[in-house]
Design a protein around this ligand. Structure first.
Ligand SMILES: *[C@@H]1O[C@H](CO)[C@@H](O)[C@H](O)[C@H]1NC(C)=O
Ligand SMILES: *[C@@H]1O[C@H](CO)[C@@H](O)[C@H](O)[C@H]1NC(C)=O
Length: 338
């Protein structure tokens, strides 16, 4: 998967002729690392959802005809694009590229009451420009889906910008802090992931005038598209199609369904109802005995003596049948809770 995104990006970069070869090589590994960061975050954010960011969802541009345009597609585009911009900005601040460094354009200027700009602000302008070239180049079409993807790519980049934080350092006599220097720093990528997850929850479905769209590449259809996209703030995610329920296997859509998936019971992230029960599956509880070292004592001199402790680890899975195969020591089925 990591490889496939990388290859797509390489191919596009070379054929689009945006970069000369050396500039291209300078950024390509960072772009690939950034796309990977985005996808890992997608998997984290959706780990306990029915749709859990499967590899099949990650073909950003291949299989042109099969491309979906669901709410989930919108998230994949936004988080990948954010990951690429994020990594490039970090690279700049770390001095990884000759062509950029920290953004010090405002240094020395008064920023607000009691503080001036100083230090190393992450260079998001540069990162935005380069990531836009690489990621938006994947959209070669001019259809509504391409416009949707471009919109969501942009929303991803804006998420990186709008989660940035002002960080300050105190100056003045013996820590009096009567003057501070401040810079803008990227948030943790996890925070950007959570921010975009909220945007995903609030994503807007574009109801396009189908007749006008179908009119083809005419001025009429372009007008309809511009109207539809123009009405959505750039920070919001947009999609065109309703999602399948993700419960059942659908080979042609590359969906595995939720049978056999692990879920969580109890706690904040409880997911078994949503992932198993609402899909007509049962919740299977498995208990596995795990033996590990514990109560280790340091004995003078020089050994460590441990006991072997047994611990029962309980996990839950979505299951269709009563006999879910597993190496568990005890199992039972839970009746669906109402
Ligand atoms: C940019 O950062 C990424 C992630 O930390 C790293 O893998 C990559 O090698 C960096 N690029 C350069 C040119 O150092
Ligand atoms: C898979 O999805 C396609 C497209 O939504 C649909 O036409 C088809 O009926 C689905 N197949 C199954 C087995 O559900």
């Amino acid at each position: 998967m990591k490889g496939s995104i990388f290859i797509i990006l390489i191919t596009i970069g070379i054929y689009s002729g945006i970069f000369n070869t050396s500039a291209y090589l300078t950024y390509s590994t960072s772009v690939a690392a950034g796309a990977h960061l985005g996808i890992e975050e997608c998997k984290f954010q959706f780990a306990w959802e029915r749709w859990n960011c499967p590899e099949s969802a990650l073909q950003l541009s291949t299989h042109y005809k099969l491309r979906s345009a669901t709410r989930e597609t919108s998230f994949v585009h936004a988080i990948s694009s954010a990951g690429v911009m994020y990594t490039l900005a970090r690279n700049c601040s770390m001095g990884d590229f000759e062509s950029c460094s920290c953004d010090s354009s405002r240094n020395g200027h008064v920023g607000g009451k009691g503080w001036i700009w100083g230090g190393c602000s992450d260079n998001v302008e540069f990162a935005e420009k380069i990531s836009k070239h690489f990621v938006d180049a994947l959209e070669t079409g001019h259809d509504t889906r391409a416009l949707m993807n471009l919109h969501n790519n942009e929303a991803g980049r804006l998420a990186v910008k709008s989660t940035m934080k002002r960080t300050c350092k105190c100056h003045g006599v013996s820590g009096s802090c009567n003057i501070q220097t401040c810079w803008l720093q990227l948030a943790d990528f996890r925070e950007i992931g959570s921010y975009l997850k909220t945007k995903y929850d609030q994503a807007q479905k574009l109801e396009m005038d189908k007749n006008r769209i179908r009119a083809g590449n005419s001025a009429e259809s372009r007008g309809a598209k511009n109207e539809a996209f123009g009405s959505v703030p750039s920070t919001n995610l947009v999609f065109l199609e309703d999602s399948p329920d993700y419960c059942t296997i659908n080979v042609s859509l590359g969906l595995r369904g939720t049978e056999g998936r692990e879920c969580l019971q109890g706690g904040k992230k409880r997911s078994c109802k949503k992932v198993c029960l609402d899909c007509g599956l049962k919740i299977e509880e498995t208990r596995t005995e795990v033996v590990s070292s514990c109560n280790c004592k340091f004995l003078w001199c020089c050994t460590v003596k441990c006991q072997q402790c047994k611990q029962v680890v309980t996990k839950y899975y979505c299951s269709r049948s009563e006999s879910f195969s597993s190496n568990n020591i005890r199992k039972r089925n839970r009746a669906p809770r109402r």
